[in-house]
Design a protein around this ligand. Structure first.
Ligand code: PEP
Ligand code: MN
Length: 345
């Protein structure tokens, strides 16, 4: 249920609604829009009595949210949410940022070389895993804190915002110390304790879709982050498991406009994990932009053949640099631009 305030409602009137919500034993979340604010009333449906709120001063109306997901639904908030990662990377507006970098941080030279190359090509954020959730315990697990320090050095040199994965609630504080944005990977997409933990800290969260999650399940799980108090969630379509095996995952392009129809949250696309093969990545990147992706996540490695992880799907810096102007043209063709790229290339 949401309590929609009148456009001229005062902060005191909003506080009063919040007080009443708490008195009843429910949770509140105030969502401030440019036109008006709403108070989302969260918790046991049996305790929700719209009449309690309808007559309070400053209240315009009380609306039941029909979608099973509440805070992510665009019934709660009609304006699109924009999420800022660092200073220069905003996701959810007209401009589409590109977040690029290796699957894993391997060493200083690798991450710095990649960071410089992707920045020069027009990326606005650097990705790279320091903690890797691997399918087998025998594979490279990431450099841990050392990897975070290298990412931080790359940010200092290039100005790129840092996106990196956190795999366990006990590491959230550590990763948040270094990163501008915390990534939740597909294998942890239903790790609800981790979702709550990233919801309780202030960094934005790039939350990838679980490889076997329906869209409903995905949006419901995103509620854990929002409900815990963090509104800065970027969804990410990274491919799902299907019977098809010519690709590593099936990038569900239709999920992008469908999320836009249902939710105010921005959604990124990850054509690297969404295909698993570097030769498919450029085309699926263009298609993701055309489908309305609010950001693009790409794996780029200076020497893909020798990458510790995900080399087969990693672009070389040269290919990355080559595809950026076409990405820009596709963005322009649907009335958008790539952030950080000159228009009309
Ligand atoms: C990654 O981004 O390198 C990664 C592990 O992604 P996913 O969780 O989508 O597999
Ligand atoms: Mn990867």
């Amino acid at each position: 249920m949401i309590v929609v305030m009148q456009p001229n409602a005062t902060p005191e009137q909003i506080d009063h609604v919040v007080e009443r919500v708490r008195e009843i034993g429910l949770k509140d979340q105030v969502i401030k829009g440019t036109e008006l604010s709403v108070v989302a009333v969260i918790g046991d449906d049996r305790k929700k009595d719209r009449e309690v709120f309808e007559t309070l001063p400053g209240v315009q109306k009380v609306v039941n949210i029909l979608a099973p997901y509440k805070l992510s639904s665009n019934e709660v908030k009609t304006e699109r949410t924009e999420v800022a990662i660092g200073q220069a990377c905003v996701i959810g507006g007209t401009a589409v940022p590109v977040i690029a970098g290796p699957c894993s941080v391997e060493n200083e030279q690798q991450i710095l070389e990649t960071a410089r190359a992707v920045r020069d090509a027009g990326a606005t954020a650097l990705r790279g895993g320091a903690f890797k959730p691997r399918t087998t315990p025998y594979s490279f697990q990431g450099l841990g804190e050392e990897g975070l320090k290298l990412l931080s050095a790359a940010r200092d040199e290039t100005g790129l915002a840092i996106v990196t994965e956190v795999v366990t609630p006990s590491d959230v504080e550590l990763v948040a110390e270094y990163a501008d944005c915390l990534q939740i990977g597909t294998r942890n997409a239903q790790n609800y304790e981790l979702l709550k933990a990233v919801g309780q800290q202030p960094r934005p969260v790039l939350y990838k879709r679980g490889m076997a999650m329906t869209l409903d399940e995905y949006l419901l799980a995103a509620e854990y982050i929002l409900e815990a108090g963090n509104p800065n969630v970027i969804l990410c379509e990274r491919g799902i498991r299907t019977f098809e095996n010519h690709v590593r995952n099936t990038l569900s392009l239709a999920a992008i406009p469908e999320v836009h129809k249902r939710s105010h949250l921005p959604i990124a696309a990850d054509p690297s994990h969404g295909t698993g093969h570097a030769h498919l990545v450029p085309t699926l990147t263009y298609a993701s932009i055309a489908a309305g992706a609010d950001a693009i996540l790409l794996e780029v490695h200076p020497d893909p053949q020798h990458a510790y992880t995900d080399g087969a799907q990693s672009l070389t810096p040269a290919t990355f640099t080559e595809i950026m102007p076409t990405m820009q043209r596709v963005a322009e063709s649907i009335g958008r631009t790539l952030s950080g790229m000159p228009v009309g290339v």
